[in-house]
Structure formats: C-alpha cells, structure tokens
Design a binder for this molecule. Sequence first.
Ligand SMILES: O=C(O)CCC(=O)C(=O)O
Ligand SMILES: [Fe+2]
Length: 361
Amino acid sequence: MALEAVNDRKAEVQAFDDSKTGVKGVLDSGVTKIPTMFHVKLDSTHTSPTHSNFTIPIIDLQNINSNSTLHAEVVDQLRSASQKWGFFQVINHGVPVEVLDEMISGIRRFHEQDAEARKPFYSRDSSKKVRYFSNGKLFRDMAGTWRDTIAFDVNPDPPNPQDIPAVCRDIVAEYSKQVKALGTTIFELLSEALGLDPSYLEEMDCTKALYVMGQYYPKCPEPELTMGISKHTDCDFITILLQDQIGGLQVLHENHWVNAPPVRGALVVNIGDILQLMTNDKFISVYHRVLLRNMGPRISVATFFMNFTISKCTSKSYGPIKELLSEENPPVYRDMNMKEILTNYYAKGLDGSSYLLPLRL
Ligand SMILES: O=C(O)CCC(=O)C(=O)O
Ligand SMILES: [Fe+2]
C-alpha cells in the first residue's frame, strides 16, 4: 500500500474509533455503502455454497447423571466431536431457555440503546472489566469487520455490578453464573473423554477465568463486501457460544465451510487452541467465521474460558498432558507458561493461530 493510502486508512480508522458508537453508529448515520475500512479480502469461499452433507454434532446432556452406560455414551460423543470437529452443540445442558433468551435480549438492549448511552462504555483499555468496542484488533488487523462488542471480564474477579450497563446488569450476572457451572460440567466430561480424572482440567485452571463477549452484527447494506468475523481459531480452553436465530456462523470441517445452524435452546461449544495444545492435537481447535447476509442484526454471546489479561493470567505452564503421552504419541509442543502464550497471541492479528507455532517441536 502506498504511504498515502496507509495514512488515509489510519485516519479513517481513527475517526471511526473516536465516534465511540461502533458499526451500529455507522449504520445509523444512514450509509448505503459501507466504508472501505470494512472491505475485507474475500476468497472464493465467501460466496460458495456451504457443505450441507455435514452437520455439527448435537449432544444431549440429559443423561450425564444417569446410569454409567448412558453417561459413557455422552462421554464417547464428546470425545468423537472434539476429535473430528472441534465443535458441537449441547442441548438439555441445564441453562434455562429463559436465561438464554434474556441474555440475547440484554445484549441487544445495550447495542440498540441511544448512542449517547453507549459511548461512555467505549474503550480500548483491556484492563477494564466492562467495555464496549468494535473490532478488538482494529489497528492491527487491516480490515475491519461488521461487528460491535460489549465485553465482561467476569471471573475470577467479577466487575462491580454498578459498572455493568443497567440494561443488561442482572442477566449478565445470572448468565455468567450458569455458563460457568455448565463449563465446569463440560470440563469434567472432557477430562473423562481423555481418560483422565474428572477434575483434571478444572485443576489445570481451565474453569477459573471467564470472558463474556456480547457480539452485535448490525444489518449490513453490502454484506458481500465484508464479514461479521473473519476466519480465526479461539485462544482459550473452550468457548461456549449462545447465538440467536439468524445464523451465519460457519465452521471449517474437512476443508469445507459448514453452517452451525441455530438450534433453539442449544449452546455451541468449541475446543480452543490451548486445549488442542494440552491434548497434543487429539482435540482440535478449528477455524470458524461469521458470514453476514442481508438479515440482521445478529446477536451472539461468546464465553471464553480464559483470562486474556497478561498481568492476571494463571502462572501455570501449559503443554501436552503427560498422562496422554507415550512412545507412539510423543509431545508435538513444548511447555509454555500462559504469559508467553498470550504475548505470542497479542503479537499476531486475529487470523493468527500461528502464534502456537513457536511451541511446536
Ligand atoms: O458470533 C459468533 O457466532 C462467533 C463469535 C466468535 O467466533 C468469537 O467471538 O470468537
Ligand atoms: Fe471464535
């Protein structure tokens, strides 16, 4: 890019960020063409049909407390999904559908309230426990995506309730509590799926930190030119995702983009990069993205089991779990502490799963 173009782009991004009203603010200004900073480099897969022969596994958690045969079946399904897909949906997971609906509504209320009410929460200071922003890596990723976020750093040290926007305060607290409990159950089942003691992953601090991101993808006047979220993997242990009924989430499976269709009452779970590392690639952290269509807005809530703050993350080291290694399955990563992992992660743009490469042996 010529220097002039780089400077233009910088000015455009800065003006957008200074508006403190996100992509929603751009839309509300009445544009019919999206600003060039949101034009992403598209590839042929942007418009190609998705692969409908595949479906992301749906796992019913109803029977986890039943007899041991039924329990073992659920564990088998989780193991298979984590190995082959890195993604699955869970139903009968114990989080009431009213809580799910109200969480979507609360996030919608935040993003759809008056711009003046949103502005005070807008910040790029990642040490803030509650903050509103658009495109976390805007100044590093060259293309913006059509998405705004309200994020809550809810665990282990939750924000002061007064700091949470009143329009979603109660439900954020309730949802976080419920999703943490579900996460704990899922980590127990995943530990079993690995042949480990059920408490293994919890003892590795996998359930300690939760980061909840309320995503808002406004209706887009030119969806064919941009993305909701570009192709990436999640830097965490697992992610539990709540999505509304709009659709648009796609998962890369055997080189095909496969839709993760909204299932009422379900939560989507995916394996993150750190769990792939710990399982020595047995469980996979796969690429996913959100493609925008003409519909919208779309709302989702991604809960990352991870502390993204370098100064507060766990001091534990992560590498392939020793119990899983053998002569036939030697470690493919070296151990690294969380500070180093996060430092590598922040040095890359969003599409940067390569931050784990320095750990590959
Ligand atoms: O909104 C979605 O469906 C996916 C969000 C996501 O992948 C993320 O926040 O990492
Ligand atoms: Fe993600």
